[in-house]
Design a protein around this ligand. Structure first.
Ligand code: ADP
Length: 209
C-alpha cells in the first residue's frame, strides 16, 4: 500500500506526539478534522495507527512489511475463490478440450453421477492424450485424469497462503475448493495461480480484482 504525502506526515506527527487526538493532528497540519478523517481511517485500517477512545491516536510501530504479512495471513479462500468448471467422468477427451477453451480455464474437475469429485484434468493431461492415435471423441476423461485419492484440495475457510503453498509443494496450477457431502466431496470453487496473482496486485493497489 502506497501512502500519500499527507498520510506520511500524519504518521510522523503521531510517532513523535502520540497519543494525540485527531483535533491536534489537524491543527498541526492547518487542516480541519473533517478533512483528515479519511486519512485517519485508512491509516487505522491499514494498521499503522491505532485509535483509543478518549485517548487518541498512537503509532503501532509496525513496519509496512509486518503489516503486509499480517494482511496476507488474514486472507481466506472463500473471498477469492472463483467458479469451478466441472465435467462428468464419461465426458470424452474431445469435449473436455472444447470445454477448456470455451470456459477459458486451465484445469477441469471431474465428478461422478453423485456430483462428487473423482478427478482433475490439466492442459498437459489433455495434450498427452492427444498425442496418441486414439479417437478423442470416444476416450472418456476418467481414463486419463489424475484421480482420487491423489487430488490436493482446499476448503472455503482455509487461508489463501496455505492454498498457495500447496500449489507450490505439489507443482500444480490449481486446487478445487471442496465441501464434504454424503458420499464424498462437492466442488464449490477453485483457487488457481491466477487467483494468487490477483491477490498480489490487490495487496499493492488496494483494488479487489
Ligand atoms: P499443466 O499440466 O497444465 O502444467 P498442472 O501443473 O496443474 O497443469 O498439472 C500437472 C499434473 O498435476 C496433471 O497431471 C494434473 O492432472 C495434476 N493436477 C492438477 N491439479 C491437481 C490437484 N489439485 N491435485 C492433484 N493433481 C493435480
Amino acid at each position: 500500500m502506497e501512502l500519500s504525502k499527507r498520510q506520511e506526515q500524519i504518521i510522523e506527527i503521531v510517532k513523535s506526539n502520540g497519543p494525540i487526538t485527531g483535533e491536534h493532528i489537524a491543527s498541526q497540519l492547518n487542516l480541519t478534522r473533517a478533512t483528515l478523517r479519511p486519512d485517519l481511517a485508512i491509516l487505522t485500517m491499514a494498521g499503522f495507527l491505532d485509535a483509543r477512545p478518549r485517548v487518541g491516536y498512537y503509532y503501532t510501530g509496525k513496519t509496512g512489511n509486518e503489516l503486509l504479512t499480517e494482511n496476507i495471513r488474514r486472507l481466506k479462500v472463500q473471498d477469492y475463490q472463483s467458479v469451478p468448471i466441472v465435467i462428468k467422468e464419461h465426458t470424452s477427451v474431445y469435449d473436455a478440450i472444447s470445454t477448456m477453451f470455451l470456459e477459458d480455464v486451465g484445469t477441469l474437475f471431474v465428478v461422478n453421477d453423485e456430483a462428487c469429485l473423482i478427478g482433475v484434468l490439466s492442459r498437459k493431461d489433455l495434450l498427452r492424450a492427444s498425442m496418441g492415435q486414439q479417437d478423442l471423441t470416444v476416450v472418456p476423461v476418467h481414463i486419463i485424469m489424475t484421480r482420487m485419492p491423489n487430488i490436493t484440495v482446499c476448503r472455503r475457510d482455509d487461508m489463501v497462503i496455505d492454498a498457495a503453498r500447496k500449489m507450490i509443494d505439489k507443482q500444480i496450477d490449481g486446487l478445487p475448493v471442496v465441501k464434504a457431502v454424503e458420499g464424498g466431496l462437492e466442488v464449490v470453487g477453485r483457487i488457481t495461480k491466477t487467483t494468487i496473482t490477483n491477490v498480489f496486485v490487490e495487496l499493492v493497489t488496494g483494488d479487489h480484482v
